[in-house]
Design a protein around this ligand. Structure first.
Ligand code: MF3
Ligand code: CO
Length: 251
Protein backbone atom coordinates (compact mmCIF):
# COMPACT_ATOMS: atom_id res chain seq x y z
CA UNK A 1 0.00 0.00 0.00
CA UNK A 2 1.41 3.35 -1.05
CA UNK A 3 0.48 6.15 1.31
CA UNK A 4 -0.73 9.57 0.31
CA UNK A 5 0.59 12.12 2.81
CA UNK A 6 -1.69 14.76 4.32
CA UNK A 7 -0.69 18.44 4.30
CA UNK A 8 0.22 18.13 8.00
CA UNK A 9 2.45 15.13 7.35
CA UNK A 10 4.09 16.92 4.43
CA UNK A 11 4.90 19.85 6.72
CA UNK A 12 6.80 17.50 9.07
CA UNK A 13 8.54 15.81 6.16
CA UNK A 14 9.65 19.19 4.78
CA UNK A 15 11.26 19.94 8.11
CA UNK A 16 12.88 16.48 8.33
CA UNK A 17 14.18 16.94 4.79
CA UNK A 18 15.62 20.35 5.53
CA UNK A 19 17.40 19.06 8.64
CA UNK A 20 18.96 16.26 6.57
CA UNK A 21 19.96 18.72 3.84
CA UNK A 22 21.66 21.04 6.32
CA UNK A 23 23.56 18.18 7.94
CA UNK A 24 24.77 16.81 4.60
CA UNK A 25 26.01 20.30 3.62
CA UNK A 26 27.92 20.59 6.90
CA UNK A 27 29.45 17.14 6.42
CA UNK A 28 30.59 18.07 2.90
CA UNK A 29 32.28 21.15 4.35
CA UNK A 30 34.06 18.99 6.96
CA UNK A 31 35.23 16.43 4.41
CA UNK A 32 38.98 16.72 3.86
CA UNK A 33 42.09 14.53 3.90
CA UNK A 34 42.85 13.34 7.43
CA UNK A 35 39.29 13.40 8.76
CA UNK A 36 37.99 9.98 9.83
CA UNK A 37 34.57 8.68 8.95
CA UNK A 38 33.92 8.41 12.71
CA UNK A 39 34.58 12.19 13.00
CA UNK A 40 31.92 12.79 10.34
CA UNK A 41 29.50 10.44 12.10
CA UNK A 42 29.94 12.24 15.42
CA UNK A 43 29.37 15.63 13.77
CA UNK A 44 26.25 14.33 12.02
CA UNK A 45 24.72 12.98 15.20
CA UNK A 46 25.36 16.23 17.06
CA UNK A 47 23.83 18.36 14.29
CA UNK A 48 20.77 16.12 13.94
CA UNK A 49 20.09 16.23 17.67
CA UNK A 50 20.69 19.99 17.88
CA UNK A 51 18.03 20.37 15.20
CA UNK A 52 15.54 18.53 17.43
CA UNK A 53 15.60 15.33 15.37
CA UNK A 54 17.00 11.82 15.79
CA UNK A 55 19.36 9.77 13.63
CA UNK A 56 17.24 7.54 11.41
CA UNK A 57 19.76 4.82 10.68
CA UNK A 58 21.12 4.18 14.18
CA UNK A 59 19.64 0.92 15.44
CA UNK A 60 17.83 0.27 12.16
CA UNK A 61 18.14 -3.52 11.80
CA UNK A 62 21.10 -3.19 14.15
CA UNK A 63 22.97 -0.55 12.10
CA UNK A 64 25.52 0.95 14.53
CA UNK A 65 25.99 4.56 13.29
CA UNK A 66 24.24 7.81 12.36
CA UNK A 67 25.42 8.03 8.74
CA UNK A 68 26.76 5.72 6.07
CA UNK A 69 30.17 6.57 4.61
CA UNK A 70 31.07 4.57 1.51
CA UNK A 71 34.48 5.22 -0.03
CA UNK A 72 35.68 4.46 -3.59
CA UNK A 73 34.51 0.92 -4.50
CA UNK A 74 32.07 0.89 -1.58
CA UNK A 75 28.57 1.43 -2.95
CA UNK A 76 26.39 2.06 0.13
CA UNK A 77 26.08 1.24 3.86
CA UNK A 78 29.75 1.73 4.76
CA UNK A 79 30.03 1.94 8.56
CA UNK A 80 31.95 4.95 9.95
CA UNK A 81 35.05 3.98 11.90
CA UNK A 82 37.86 5.80 13.76
CA UNK A 83 40.33 3.74 11.73
CA UNK A 84 39.01 4.91 8.38
CA UNK A 85 40.89 8.03 7.31
CA UNK A 86 39.74 10.02 4.27
CA UNK A 87 42.58 10.47 1.72
CA UNK A 88 43.21 12.93 -1.06
CA UNK A 89 41.73 11.51 -4.28
CA UNK A 90 39.01 9.47 -2.54
CA UNK A 91 35.36 9.68 -3.50
CA UNK A 92 33.17 9.55 -0.41
CA UNK A 93 29.43 8.82 -0.44
CA UNK A 94 27.67 10.18 2.63
CA UNK A 95 24.10 9.07 3.39
CA UNK A 96 22.11 10.93 6.07
CA UNK A 97 18.70 10.11 7.54
CA UNK A 98 16.78 11.91 10.28
CA UNK A 99 13.42 11.51 11.98
CA UNK A 100 11.55 14.65 13.00
CA UNK A 101 8.20 14.47 14.80
CA UNK A 102 8.00 10.84 13.66
CA UNK A 103 8.67 11.58 9.97
CA UNK A 104 11.76 10.71 7.98
CA UNK A 105 14.05 12.51 5.57
CA UNK A 106 16.80 10.72 3.61
CA UNK A 107 19.51 12.10 1.32
CA UNK A 108 22.95 11.11 0.06
CA UNK A 109 25.68 12.46 -2.17
CA UNK A 110 29.14 11.47 -3.35
CA UNK A 111 31.96 13.99 -2.98
CA UNK A 112 35.45 14.02 -4.45
CA UNK A 113 38.22 14.79 -1.97
CA UNK A 114 40.89 16.96 -3.59
CA UNK A 115 41.73 16.31 -7.20
CA UNK A 116 40.31 13.29 -8.97
CA UNK A 117 40.68 12.32 -12.65
CA UNK A 118 38.13 13.70 -15.14
CA UNK A 119 36.64 10.23 -15.60
CA UNK A 120 35.89 10.04 -11.88
CA UNK A 121 34.29 13.50 -11.90
CA UNK A 122 32.17 12.30 -14.80
CA UNK A 123 30.94 9.33 -12.73
CA UNK A 124 29.75 11.71 -10.01
CA UNK A 125 28.16 14.14 -12.50
CA UNK A 126 26.33 11.42 -14.44
CA UNK A 127 24.98 9.87 -11.22
CA UNK A 128 23.76 13.24 -9.94
CA UNK A 129 22.22 14.06 -13.34
CA UNK A 130 20.47 10.67 -13.41
CA UNK A 131 18.86 11.53 -10.06
CA UNK A 132 17.55 14.84 -11.41
CA UNK A 133 16.31 13.14 -14.59
CA UNK A 134 14.40 10.71 -12.38
CA UNK A 135 13.00 13.49 -10.19
CA UNK A 136 11.66 15.19 -13.35
CA UNK A 137 9.49 12.08 -13.85
CA UNK A 138 7.99 12.27 -10.34
CA UNK A 139 4.65 13.70 -11.55
CA UNK A 140 1.02 12.57 -11.46
CA UNK A 141 0.28 10.07 -14.22
CA UNK A 142 3.89 9.03 -14.70
CA UNK A 143 4.86 5.56 -13.51
CA UNK A 144 7.64 3.98 -11.50
CA UNK A 145 9.06 2.50 -14.71
CA UNK A 146 9.51 6.05 -16.03
CA UNK A 147 11.64 6.94 -13.01
CA UNK A 148 13.81 3.83 -13.30
CA UNK A 149 14.16 4.25 -17.04
CA UNK A 150 15.26 7.87 -16.68
CA UNK A 151 18.15 6.79 -14.46
CA UNK A 152 19.11 3.77 -16.53
CA UNK A 153 19.07 5.55 -19.89
CA UNK A 154 21.40 8.30 -18.77
CA UNK A 155 23.77 6.03 -16.85
CA UNK A 156 24.13 3.39 -19.55
CA UNK A 157 24.51 5.99 -22.32
CA UNK A 158 27.50 7.28 -20.32
CA UNK A 159 29.02 3.78 -20.22
CA UNK A 160 28.38 3.17 -16.51
CA UNK A 161 26.07 0.64 -14.85
CA UNK A 162 23.10 0.77 -12.50
CA UNK A 163 23.17 -1.30 -9.30
CA UNK A 164 20.22 -3.74 -9.32
CA UNK A 165 20.36 -5.20 -5.81
CA UNK A 166 19.30 -2.00 -4.00
CA UNK A 167 16.56 0.50 -4.79
CA UNK A 168 14.92 3.70 -3.63
CA UNK A 169 11.77 3.57 -1.55
CA UNK A 170 8.66 5.25 -0.31
CA UNK A 171 9.29 7.22 2.89
CA UNK A 172 7.16 8.81 5.59
CA UNK A 173 6.43 7.60 9.08
CA UNK A 174 8.81 4.73 8.26
CA UNK A 175 12.17 5.13 6.56
CA UNK A 176 11.30 2.39 4.08
CA UNK A 177 7.72 2.32 2.84
CA UNK A 178 6.14 0.98 -0.32
CA UNK A 179 6.85 1.23 -3.15
CA UNK A 180 10.33 0.08 -4.05
CA UNK A 181 11.85 2.51 -6.54
CA UNK A 182 14.29 0.64 -8.81
CA UNK A 183 16.89 2.55 -10.79
CA UNK A 184 16.06 0.67 -13.99
CA UNK A 185 12.80 0.01 -15.75
CA UNK A 186 10.50 0.15 -18.72
CA UNK A 187 8.72 3.42 -19.53
CA UNK A 188 4.95 3.39 -19.09
CA UNK A 189 4.98 0.43 -16.69
CA UNK A 190 4.52 0.04 -12.94
CA UNK A 191 2.73 2.00 -10.25
CA UNK A 192 1.07 5.23 -11.35
CA UNK A 193 2.26 8.23 -9.32
CA UNK A 194 -0.19 10.47 -7.45
CA UNK A 195 0.10 13.78 -5.60
CA UNK A 196 1.01 13.23 -1.94
CA UNK A 197 3.33 10.28 -2.58
CA UNK A 198 6.85 10.77 -1.16
CA UNK A 199 9.73 8.82 -2.68
CA UNK A 200 13.40 8.53 -1.78
CA UNK A 201 15.01 8.25 -5.21
CA UNK A 202 18.61 7.04 -5.00
CA UNK A 203 20.61 5.91 -8.02
CA UNK A 204 23.71 3.84 -7.20
CA UNK A 205 26.04 3.80 -10.19
CA UNK A 206 29.18 1.74 -10.81
CA UNK A 207 31.96 2.71 -13.19
CA UNK A 208 32.32 -0.99 -14.07
CA UNK A 209 29.84 -3.84 -13.83
CA UNK A 210 26.61 -3.62 -11.80
CA UNK A 211 27.34 -6.63 -9.58
CA UNK A 212 27.91 -5.95 -5.88
CA UNK A 213 28.64 -7.98 -2.77
CA UNK A 214 28.33 -7.42 0.98
CA UNK A 215 31.42 -7.44 3.23
CA UNK A 216 31.75 -9.83 6.19
CA UNK A 217 30.65 -6.90 8.43
CA UNK A 218 27.15 -7.59 7.08
CA UNK A 219 26.67 -3.99 5.88
CA UNK A 220 29.29 -2.58 3.55
CA UNK A 221 28.20 -3.07 -0.06
CA UNK A 222 31.01 -2.89 -2.62
CA UNK A 223 31.42 -3.42 -6.33
CA UNK A 224 32.31 -6.98 -7.29
CA UNK A 225 34.95 -5.81 -9.80
CA UNK A 226 36.54 -3.17 -7.55
CA UNK A 227 35.38 -0.29 -9.75
CA UNK A 228 34.34 3.05 -8.23
CA UNK A 229 30.72 3.70 -7.28
CA UNK A 230 28.61 6.84 -6.72
CA UNK A 231 25.29 7.43 -4.94
CA UNK A 232 22.96 10.45 -4.90
CA UNK A 233 19.61 10.55 -3.12
CA UNK A 234 16.79 13.02 -2.52
CA UNK A 235 13.46 12.70 -0.75
CA UNK A 236 10.86 13.91 -3.27
CA UNK A 237 7.16 14.84 -2.95
CA UNK A 238 4.86 14.26 -5.92
CA UNK A 239 2.58 17.31 -6.25
CA UNK A 240 -0.09 18.39 -8.76
CA UNK A 241 2.70 20.33 -10.48
CA UNK A 242 6.47 20.39 -10.19
CA UNK A 243 8.08 17.70 -8.00
CA UNK A 244 9.12 19.14 -4.61
CA UNK A 245 12.57 18.08 -3.40
CA UNK A 246 12.11 17.92 0.37
CA UNK A 247 15.89 17.55 0.90
CA UNK A 248 16.70 20.44 -1.47
CA UNK A 249 20.01 22.14 -0.77
CA UNK A 250 21.74 18.98 0.46
CA UNK A 251 24.23 19.07 -2.45
N1 MF3 B 1 19.52 5.83 2.71
C1 MF3 B 1 19.67 4.42 2.99
C2 MF3 B 1 18.41 3.70 2.65
O1 MF3 B 1 17.58 4.25 2.05
C3 MF3 B 1 20.21 4.24 4.33
C4 MF3 B 1 19.96 2.98 5.04
S1 MF3 B 1 21.26 2.65 6.10
C5 MF3 B 1 20.61 1.75 7.35
O2 MF3 B 1 18.18 2.56 2.88
F1 MF3 B 1 21.54 1.45 8.10
F2 MF3 B 1 19.76 2.45 7.99
F3 MF3 B 1 20.01 0.67 6.84
CO1 CO C 1 17.20 5.86 1.12
Amino acid sequence: MVEIKSPREIEHMRRAGQIVAGVLRELAAALRPGVTTADLDRLAERLIREAGAEPAFKGYQGYPATICTSINDEVVHGIPSPGRVVRDGDIVSIDVGARYQGYYGDSAATFAVGDVPAEVRRLLEVTRESLYAAIAEARPGRRLGDIGHAVQRLVEAAGFSVVRDYAGHGIGRAMHEDPQVPNYGTPGTGLRLRPGMVLAIEPMVNAGGYEVRVDPDGWTVRTMDGSLSAHFEHTVLVTEGEPEILTAGAF
